[in-house]
Design a binder for this molecule. Structure first.
Ligand SMILES: C[S@@+](CC[C@H](N)C(=O)[O-])C[C@H]1O[C@@H](n2cnc3c(N)ncnc32)[C@H](O)[C@@H]1O
Length: 362
């Protein structure tokens, strides 16, 4: 497993020839991708193969497809060389595909790990790697990953266990399930069992029922990971925020329903890890305070490793409880990226926003 999220920002000069891409495409470029042709929304009128252009991300989604220029709100993401002519993007019957702009001067120098050691390495954000270790799975144990797709943490957990034991991976979205299987197969992990299932329903009403797949009898697992569906506000780079307040507020009740199932499925003496890739109090510290009140059998546990910051005040947790939580903040402080301080001193300052809580069921 590999973690790499350290990037170098560069001074890149903007050119007069401008290509506009969608915000998702722009974010991908900031993560090290080239511009794929379907992502191009506007280009200079006479753009041809070999032209050097500046690439801008359309932040509000207001650029008209096929435009030759755009005055709306954009963000510069770097310079590249066109591999297509304008006419093949906008005036062709065939669907546009392949690399459209090969980025030669991206704003961030973020090397691609595509196809690097595919059977041995799996790229994850630093906090996601931390989650697997905090869960602390041991060979021979039975682990439940309740919200598993695309399976990054599932595979890491199975790898930590030396592929000895069982890692049950559930996700409710059918077409995401194949990704978990593919990733486990690619890494030759046999201990991973994948099921498409709504984890809020994963506890069997018949405690005597013994089936291989879900629903499971209560107290079936040594450890449970609830890497919850969340508002994802810690994800970065993120150039276009399309969520409504209603949507952001919808996650707390869903996470609580999943939490109920998680606690029931965990054996006494077992470990539950709750994590999100968001920054809101409502989905993080408030959930911890709620869980401690709702499930008196749960106690907060220290985390190992603990390289993030502590929990945020405001949800009624005591200072010693906040110190047991791990928060990674997504904002980038430029002087900290330039510093020569060791990575672990900067770990919660140059990652995605993330939250981890570890509980023991007594
Ligand atoms: C944060 S992502 C999980 C990422 C994953 N743990 C990884 O490391 O690759 C949350 C996942 O929860 C799934 N999900 C949402 N509601 C669910 C439910 N009720 N039961 C099971 N999975 C659910 C989503 O489909 C999504 O794939």
């Amino acid at each position: 497993m590999t973690s790499l999220f350290s990037r170098v920002v560069r001074a890149v000069k903007q050119l007069s020839s401008e290509v506009v891409v969608g915000a998702q495409c722009g974010s991908a470029v900031l993560r090290g991708a080239h511009v794929f042709t379907p992502g191009i929304i506007a280009s200079p009128k006479y753009m041809k193969t070999g032209d050097v252009v500046s690439v801008f991300s359309d932040l509000e989604g207001k650029c008209t497809r096929g435009a030759t220029s755009f005055q709306g709100k954009t963000a510069f993401v770097g310079n590249g060389v066109s591999e297509v002519e304008r006419s093949s993007i906008f005036c062709s019957d065939k669907p546009a595909k392949g690399v459209g702009i090969r980025m030669v001067e991206p704003l961030y120098w973020s090397p691609s790990f595509d196809g690097v050691l595919p059977n041995l390495a799996f790229l994850q954000n630093l906090p996601s790697v931390v989650v697997g270790h905090v869960l602390g799975p041991r060979p021979g144990e039975r682990i439940l990953d309740m919200c598993a797709a695309p399976g990054g943490k599932t595979c890491h957990i199975a790898a930590i266990m030396g592929d000895q034991g069982e890692v049950v991976a559930l996700d409710r979205i059918r077409n995401k399930i194949d990704r978990i299987r593919q990733n486990a197969q690619m890494l030759h992990l046999r201990s991973v069992k994948v099921y498409c299932f709504n984890s809020t329903q994963a506890v069997s009403s018949d405690p005597a029922l013994q089936t291989e797949g879900p629903p499971f009898p209560p107290e079936s697992f040594d450890r449970v990971l609830l890497d919850a569906p969340c508002s994802g506000l810690g994800q970065r780079p993120n150039m276009a925020c399309t969520w409504s307040l209603k949507e952001i507020c919808s996650y707390q009740p869903l996470q609580r329903n999943l939490f109920h199932a998680a606690v029931r499925l965990l054996k006494k003496g077992g470990v539950l890890v709750y994590s999100t890739c968001t920054v809101t109090l409502a989905e993080n510290e408030e959930q911890v305070a709620w869980a401690l009140k709702t499930f008196p059998c749960l106690t907060l546990q220290p985390q190992e490793p603990h390289i993030g910051g502590e929990g945020m005040p405001g949800a009624g947790l005591a200072p010693e409880q906040l110190r047991l939580l791990q928060r990674f903040s997504p904002e980038l402080t430029w002087d900290q990226t330039q510093t020569t301080a060791p990575l672990h001193c900067r770990a919660d300052k140059d990652t995605i926003g993330f939250f981890i809580a570890k509980f023991l069921k007594n």
